[in-house]
Design a protein around this ligand. Sequence first.
Ligand code: IDP
Ligand code: MG
Length: 169
Amino acid sequence: MICVALTVFAYMFQAVITGIHERTFIAIKPDGVQRRLVGEIIRRFERKGFKLVGMKLMQASEKLLRDHYIELKDRPFYNGLVKYMSSGPLVAMVWQGLDVVKVTRAMLGETNPADSAPGTIRGDFCVEVGRNVIHGSDSVESATREISLWFHPEELTCWNDCADNWIYE
Ligand code: IDP
Ligand code: MG
């Protein structure tokens, strides 16, 4: 019930929610899907203890991707980035948990796979910045914006996690 109220509140007021209800937007990019990394990537977030509250396989429109990456619109790679991201299906997800934005960014690794430590997703599964298999929101504020861009409120599911008491004290 609290979770449903928070979801509606976050959508209506673009409110930033932290603590164990913090959420982030994660996308397995088209190269991650083509390279059969979907299961491996989801497994990492699940085993960490985060909660999956939204997920869909979709081919995103160029318009959605231009909005999503609006901050990069003046960068020379912007058009190529939009083309790559719209070139095939991706898996859009919302994950929830304590410090989920910061922790999932650490699990992703650096933007450039060459700078990403082994053990991170980008450090383990890719070599070039333009094919870096996964997106993750970089702040709680951008997570709020991205979740409302990619998901309708009713596409997010609030569910009772029976492992909560073993993940949080
Ligand atoms: P992030 O994904 O780690 O947050 P951003 O700087 O937000 O990194 O860039 C968004 C995406 O744009 C990157 O994940 C990558 O796919 C692409 N990108 C960033 N820099 C370059 C570049 O120099 N060449 C090609 N693509 C790039
Ligand atoms: Mg970014």
